[in-house]
Design a binder for this molecule. Sequence first.
Ligand code: FES
Length: 169
Amino acid sequence: MAIEEKNQEGLRSGNLSVSRRDFIEKAGLATVLSSFGVAFFTSCVSSDDSDPTGSTPGGGSTSNGITISGSTIAINLTIQTRLASAGGWLLIETAKTLVANISGTYVAMTSVCTHSGCFDSWSFSNNRFICNCHNSIFDSAGKVVQGPASTALQVYSTSVSGTTLTISK
Ligand code: FES
């Protein structure tokens, strides 16, 4: 009887101990996941809020005039006025797309650099895109002007209807 009670108590204790351990592990995991979720959410929000080049969350119409639907990007040129004049450009981070006004003609291409995949750090000067990661330079047709990249950027088709610029990837 004493042994049984001891065993039962031992099992109970063991179960209780495991339960506590499980609880602590799960609570710790929940805390980590919760923190990650908050950090991820904050990161997304701050990225959208701080991005001076007009990135937009995927899907839906947004206040920055950029709508992403599948492989199509529609840009309201009355909102994205920086594209209205020659030399204006955008990096649409969420769609990993570069777009520029080259003497009144719109060009668009992937922002995923063919050197090692940077997609979110670009400059534009003299009708050339510069990947800021390792300074590869691409012309307005996506061709490499200066390495280390050796392969052209994938170019997308563009069309304008009214005040909407559409990019088809
Ligand atoms: Fe663009 Fe290296 S990733 S130059």
